[in-house]
Design a binder for this molecule. Structure first.
Ligand code: PEP
Ligand code: MN
Length: 440
């Protein structure tokens, strides 16, 4: 094994820019100062990776079990994760709620739940418009804490590339804390988390990131894999690095990167980046997805038809799902891709309340989830997973069943940086519903 940290595949100091740089890339921030950006990219490229290829492979093996119906995938967390101390402080709550949900599901279906946070990197957001207007003022939108600040203030909204270094440090702090928590919950006698030669902490505990059966037949949480939307090419490409063991390129900013519904065009830069790396990868699939485009995506991202390599996250909306999803599921199965199909019952059901808050109603979330299970069962496929935005906190951001009964109640504890999240009661209810649906 080389004694130096693996170099980025391309970037500062190497010959060619990565091939995806020439392709259409939606949703990239208009950084005002190219020299400042170049300096940050150089620094990022020299920093230790956040994840380890051996762990990324373990996450891929866990997802292969999901694709073979031997496990269920639970992926959840913030829409936009806060950086700094706030991000580390929020970890406890998210670790707790994801662990609760995973145990509820596994106890009912008697299979492991692979547990993945939208965590340690979920710092950049695609937006539907580049600007927003409040009263008579129009400013650039908030694009996530890795880009600019949420305050409605002209200076706060200027994209600042140094925020990508904050994002890196924040992800690192969250990951370190996650490893400590996982180690603690593994009990006395477990090996301490190991640090790799370049400073990366490894989740070397066996069976990490999935619930495990105890002697009493109940299931226990073991920690979280990390995931985020691989949106900011200027950040992500600094972490595309070869595995010293195999030479394959990995994206070592996370375990499971996904591409969002707004950046998934098959000939675009984001899909080319995912196609280049050996991680398990995911793509959000919205109601406008054409069957031919989805098949092109599957061919690009899963050419070898490898179980666990590709997760498709359907986010259709309760009103569209019955019409739109069945032909897509059929087409993917017909092309022989052993994908994990997961349901994101939140992003297709967003609306703005009369109070001005972006929200979602539990009735719609439950309706889309139920339809997803029905559609996958009818197609003879395993409804393999659930993708959610949850707070791990008593927020009032989504309406109904365990949350505010009326729009006025949204005001009480509406704290999200971006999209509305489920509170603990809503998350527990959804876990019980999904456990029942998956056990059928
Ligand atoms: C998200 O997951 O926060 C998001 C923006 O989702 P989508 O790409 O499905 O709209
Ligand atoms: Mn969101």
């Amino acid at each position: 094994m080389p004694l130096t940290a693996p170099a980025p595949v391309a970037g500062p100091g190497t010959a060619a820019p990565p091939h995806w740089r020439g392709l259409p890339a939606a949703q990239q921030p208009p950084w005002p100062d190219p020299a400042a950006l170049a300096a940050v990219q150089e620094e990022l490229a020299r920093l230790p990776a956040l994840t380890h290829p051996a762990d990324v492979r373990q996450a891929g093996i866990a997802l292969a079990d999901v694709s073979a119906a031997g496990a269920f995938l639970l992926q959840a967390g913030d829409c936009a994760e806060p950086t700094g101390a706030e991000g580390v402080a929020a970890l406890q709550g998210k670790h707790r709620i994801l662990g609760d949900m995973a145990e509820i599901i596994s106890d009912r279906i008697q299979r492991p739940t692979v547990t993945v946070g939208r965590i340690a990197g979920q710092y950049a957001k695609p937006r539907s418009r580049p600007e927003e207007t409040v009263g008579d003022r129009t400013l650039p939108v908030f694009r996530g804490p890795a880009v600019n600040a949420p305050a409605f203030d002209p200076a706060a909204r200027v994209p600042d590339p140094r925020r990508m270094l904050d994002a890196y440090r924040s992800a690192r702090a969250v990951l370190d804390e996650l490893h400590v928590m996982a180690h603690r919950s593994a009990g006395a006698g477990a090996a301490p988390p190991a640090r790799s030669f370049d400073g990366t902490l490894r989740a070397v505990l066996p069976g990490y990131g999935r619930t495990r059966r105890t002697e009493r037949g109940t299931w226990r949480r073991t920690g979280l894999w990390t995931s985020h939307e691989a949106l900011l090419l200027d950040f992500e490409e600094a972490f595309v690095r070869p595995d010293p063991l195999t030479g394959e390129a990995y994206l070592l900013s996370t375990h499971l990167p996904w591409v969002g519904d707004r950046t998934r065009r098959p000939d675009g830069a984001h899909i080319a980046l995912l196609a280049h790396i050996a991680n398990p990868v995911a793509v959000k699939v919205g109601p406008d997805t054409r069957r031919s485009d989805l098949l092109r995506l599957c061919a690009a991202l899963d050419p070898h038809r490898r179980p666990g390599r590709l997760t498709l996250i359907a986010r259709m909306g309760a009103r569209a799902v019955d019409e739109v999803l069945p032909p897509l599921v059929k087409a993917v199965a017909g092309a022989g891709h052993p994908v994990v199909w997961a349901s994101d019952p939140m992003h297709g059901n967003t609306f703005t309340a009369a109070t001005g808050h972006k929200t979602r109603h539990m009735d719609d979330i439950l309706a889309e989830t139920t339809a997803f299970f029905r559609i996958l069962h009818r197609a003879g496929q395993w409804p393999g997973g659930l993708h959610l935005e949850v707070a791990g906190d008593r927020v009032t951001e989504c309406l109904g069943a365990g949350g505010p009964g009326s729009e006025l109640g949204l005001r009480r504890a509406y704290r999200t940086l971006c999209d509305p999240r489920l509170n603990d009661d809503q998350a527990h209810l959804l876990a019980r519903t999904v456990a029942d649906l998956a056990a059928r």
